[in-house]
Ligand binder design. Structure first.
Ligand SMILES: [Zn+2]
Length: 181
């Protein structure tokens, strides 16, 4: 399916106006990024909006997208050219840092890890993970002992699961996430 040539008014038409914000009515990915068809695949609407707002020609805009784009208003789904900024990966990282997004996501990740680890039906614990990491037994045997698939044992041993520390996490980020341990 060929892409329709995107212009700012056409994108606005595919949004619901909410005060100063334009909320995308089309597709989103799992992370909540609004998506538009470029003729071969889906791309971030905000990258298109950022390029158009900076004067890119609608006909060739898909070939001239910024590496990243984000809505500075933090409104989920907002594609307003007044809220959207585009830039390279470094500029995006700087924005995430300055706006507290990076910290917020880290705090969320810590909270989710804590919730997962305290689930009632969970078969493993940090103590068991330590034992598994120190054990000389095979993954299949340890899996049988603990009632989990051996892939869980591999993941514990390679540091994917039940990590002692998350990278970049300090007691301050733990406190911000409302997690004490
Ligand atoms: Zn907005």
């Amino acid at each position: 399916m060929a892409a329709t040539i995107p212009t700012l008014p056409k994108i606005k038409d595919r949004c619901t106006k909410d005060g100063d914000h334009f909320l995308w009515k089309g597709f989103f990915n799992k992370k909540g990024t609004p998506l538009i068809w470029n003729g071969t695949h889906m791309v971030d609407v905000r990258r298109v909006v950022a390029a158009l707002a900076q004067g890119a020609k609608p006909k060739t805009v898909f070939d001239n997208l910024p590496e990243r784009a984000w809505a500075e208003c933090l409104t989920p789904g907002c594609c307003s050219p007044l809220c959207v900024k585009g830039g390279n990966r470094l500029e995006w990282c700087a924005w995430r840092r300055d706006s507290g997004q990076a910290k917020k996501n880290l705090a969320e990740a810590i909270r989710h890890t804590a919730i997962r680890r305290s689930a009632k039906d969970i078969k493993l614990s940090l103590d068991i993970a330590r034992e598994i990491r120190q054990s000389n037994k095979g993954a299949a045997e340890l899996g049988r002992e603990h009632g989990v698939h051996k892939s869980n044992i591999y993941r514990i041993r390679n540091g994917e699961r039940w990590r002692e520390h998350m990278p970049g996490v300090s007691i301050f980020t733990m406190a911000a996430a409302g997690v004490s341990d």
